[in-house]
Design a protein around this ligand. Structure first.
Ligand code: UT7
Length: 326
């Protein structure tokens, strides 16, 4: 048995913020941002909550799969910017899409979140526990950003995307679906990309934490990504005994075009196999991989039988790759 993606959908906020708009807020320029990152625009939530966006993406994915919310057994939402500490965004989505027969919970693995959620869904499916699972990646990173910090505020965007996955037959076989995955974490190096939660405010507190915003050592994260992403892609293709040249698409977390170009070079794979959309949406963390997957699905770029690698990396540190046959 394996896990097949049978429907995709996305929601991007309407409000577009360009690099020129940001140059009015901080000392930056379109030239600097575009040449260092490949990003030109990002969508920013001005009225939508994360749960609103997640539910809209979920509705679209369900429609694409020809399913109703009541047929879903489990809702897994990958996010690091949830609307509430509790209830989880997954429970808010459950309410919005009337998934009355589902269990629902959130999963936090930052920019690797969607990929880790896909692996978790696969484990549930292979264990025979659930059949139909809704996966969502959603972020409202705009509320975690210090809009005076040019080193981070130019990088991120808001958005949501969802996939419906179901149980298919064959275990890591020629059947369409998940063929293999690897996932890793390195908590020891986690300080290079952080965002604190709420402060301790009880009457006995001993320390004040300093900042409430995303903080990043960009160069360290860059070095980590260009080393670990090719490494985990090689690991997954070795596991599935697949030649890298036979992979049709590499759908990577959309953080920086230079990271993706470097990964392509290190793997010896033509850049054309690495689609990118960070130019329009920036880095949407857990939502970036499924937004791109959905975009390619809608454009008819994904054909049955094609082999696809999904790979994510980010805070934690966390990283991993999945190989699927479409
Ligand atoms: O989802 C995973 C999360 N993050 C990532 O994947 C990010 C990985 N890292 C990166 O993408 C890159 O490191 C950045 C795009 C964040 C930064 O690019 P860089 O080439 O590593 O630049 P840098 O940090 O070395 O900064 C170079 C210069 C500095 O000025 P000085 O010290 O040379 O005078 C910065 O102060 O660029 C300056 N700078 C800016 N200038 C204009 C930093 N941010 C900006 C900005 N506009 N927005």
């Amino acid at each position: 048995m394996t896990t097949k993606i049978i429907g995709t959908g996305s929601y991007l906020p309407e409000h577009v913020v360009s690099n020129d708009d940001l140059a009015k807020l901080v000392d930056t320029s379109d030239e600097w941002i575009a040449s260092r990152t490949g990003i030109r625009n990002r969508r920013i939530a001005t009225k939508e909550s994360g749960a609103d966006m997640a539910a809209a993406a979920a509705e679209e994915a369900l429609k694409d799969a020809g399913m109703d919310g009541s047929e879903i057994d489990l809702i897994l939402v990958a996010t690091c910017s949830s609307d509430f500490q509790f209830p989880s965004t997954a429970c808010l989505v459950q309410k919005a899409i009337h998934a009355t027969n589902a269990a629902a919970f959130d999963l936090s693995a930052a920019c690797s979140g969607f990929l880790f959620a896909l692996h978790t869904a696969h484990a549930y499916i292979c264990a025979g526990i659930y059949k139909n699972i809704l996966l969502v990646g959603v972020e409202v990173l705009s509320k975690l950003i210090d809009w005076n910090d040019r080193s981070t505020c130019v990088l991120f965007g808001d958005g949501a995307s969802a996939c419906v996955v179901e149980r298919g037959e064959g275990l890591y076989s020629a059947d369409h679906g998940m063929e293999g995955f690897v996932q890793w974490s390195d908590g020891v190096s986690g300080e290079v990309l952080t965002c604190p939660g709420r402060k301790i405010e009880n009457p006995w507190k001993e320390n004040d934490s300093e900042t409430e915003y995303i903080q990043m050592n960009g160069q360290e994260v860059f070095r980590f990504a260009v080393k670990k992403v090719p490494e985990c892609i090689r690991q997954v293709t070795e596991k599935t005994e697949t030649q890298i040249e036979t992979i049709d698409w590499f759908i990577l977390h959309q953080a920086n075009s230079r990271i993706i170009q470097s990964v392509a070079k290190r793997l010896g794979v033509p850049e054309e196999k690495f689609p990118m959309n960070m130019e329009q949406y920036g880095n949407t963390s857990a939502a970036s991989i499924p937004i791109l997957l959905d975009e390619m699905n809608k454009k008819g770029m994904l054909q049955p039988g094609q082999k696809i690698i999904l790979s994510g990396f980010g805070a934690g540190l966390t990283w991993g790759a999945a190989q699927i046959e479409w």
